[in-house]
Design a protein around this ligand. Sequence first.
Ligand code: C2E
Ligand code: MG
Ligand code: MG
Ligand code: MG
Length: 292
Amino acid sequence: YRSKARGRGGYTVFTPDMVETHKRKLHLANAIEHGLKDDEFIVYYQVKVNGEGMIVGLEALIRWQHPEFGMVMPSEFIPIAEQGGKITAITQWVIDQVCADMPTLKGWLKRRFRVSINLSGHDIRNSSLFDTIYQIFTRHQINPEYVEFEVTESAYLENFALSNKFFKRMSNMGCAIALDDFGTGYSSLSYLTQISIDTLKIDKQFVRELETSERSQLVTGAIIDLAKRLSLSLCAEGIENSFQWDYLISHGCDHIQGFMFSKPVPLEEVIAMPSQFDLPQLIAQQSQPDKN
Ligand code: C2E
Ligand code: MG
Ligand code: MG
Ligand code: MG
């Protein structure tokens, strides 16, 4: 467990734990392609609701049911896929899977909705992405107005010119665009006047701190205000309790996503949900002390 890297005497000691982590990383990196072919990946869906508790959209969130490691989360394998040049294959697979699920979702939710798909910064730098998406939509006969793409604020800004061009085309085709994890990366807001997006997603970091931090309340209020002035729609993620719900809805947030309503679940579980939540009942439940 030694490497001749650095440290006193020129050695770094790798603990057995670090070696295991490294092995797991290598293994995952090499197993992505096979995993995609062998149906080890699955798309989960998390509902988004409006102020009346009506389901207005879903976010597609990928999971990896690994035969050896069990459920592997995207926060672990997406960065590995990005580093190993495997993200394009994953993104294509997710878009294809969402399109394949679309008829079932339409049969369940008999109103307009959008399914949101996350894109990585690497996807935007891939010049054939637009054509790929267009082909998948055509093959599945998907109306682009049922789809939204989410890209993090930082991924958008790292590739600013490319992002502008790409998302403008997607927007013209009828897709909606949301800036994910808004407020966590950049201090300058001037770029907001130059881009064609529809929605800002308030990061769950702000939502988590709402109850305890007056500053988080002020920042969240300011983000909502800013979005309204720019005629953007607002979605907050990570809502777990009725305090957060009340604060966000009373300040004009349009859409809410969080464990208070549902965790991300497989397609069969989504379509077993009612298309509108019983808000008074949910809020009463939330205000009861934890029974654990
Ligand atoms: P994200 O796009 O910001 O997705 C929201 C994350 O917050 C999800 O984590 C979701 O499960 C979690 N979340 C939602 N509501 C709550 C809540 O009330 N409490 C808490 N504690 N968490 C909540 P998840 O599914 O683990 O995904 C993590 C990140 O992985 C995503 O963040 C996204 O950046 C990335 N990701 C997921 N699926 C894909 C994908 O298909 N493609 C790409 N490129 N990235 C993906
Ligand atoms: Mg997202
Ligand atoms: Mg987010
Ligand atoms: Mg996030």
